[in-house]
Write a protein of this length. Sequence first.
Length: 288
Amino acid sequence: MPGLSHVDLNYPDHVLEEPKVVQAEVNDLGLQVNGLAMRYYTNPALKLGAFTNPDRAVRQEAIDLTKRGIDAALEMGAPLMTLWLGQDGFDYSFQGDYPRMWEDEIGGIREVAEHAPDCMISIEYKPNEPRSYALLPDVATTLLAIAETGCGNIGVTLDFAHVLYADEMPAYAATLIARKSRLLGVHLNDGYAKRDDGLMVGSVHPQATLELLWQITRDGYDGVIYFDTFPDASGIDPVEECRTNIETVERFMNMVPRLNADNLLHDAIAGQNSPLSQRAVARIMSGA
């Protein structure tokens, strides 16, 4: 079962200055630091882009900040840096030079990946927000970008809600990632496929969640599951929400062996017989 005892760390700036202190604080809570994630908010100019900013100096500032983050992650013994490049995109026709932006994006990702080949770089794609159009909005575009970097230490973080409103099936997206790259992180949550709702795991799309967990297990994923959910949006007790997420994932993971052993389900899938597959999955999910 993928690990549930690690956390991605989204910490204030002092993580770059005292990574060992932050690591000790996390360890004191009985947790381990799995990796760090970049958020490009320190300079207001980054609203126009991090790696794709039209100002060369601002682009380099974002790249250098990422390198510092990578160094901090390595010092913590957590060789994973997740990049969510939400600012890299555009809002209007005739706003951006698309070929130039693409070259800058690929060049920036390549530069941070080459900074420390022993640190994995994971791209978390998202269709939009804060920009109206993200430069890396879906799994296919992200895999194309990774291929163009030519770096072997780059993979993908799959965020369930992001995948939904990219109009993708999560298990299929995971299949493509395993085929062309490497799955380095899984953010579980749920939503209504119109925005990044950050709802509790399995609350809207339980079958798609179960199928994703089944698929990544078949693909050999043994990394971390991270709950990217938003309890503060409606005043939910975050501890209770986290407990619910963990129980849901553990319940679904306990169904995976039954999915593997159900020959009727496999035959139904092989024949694309959706009525039979739906009955088989419903039976397993109900515990019958």
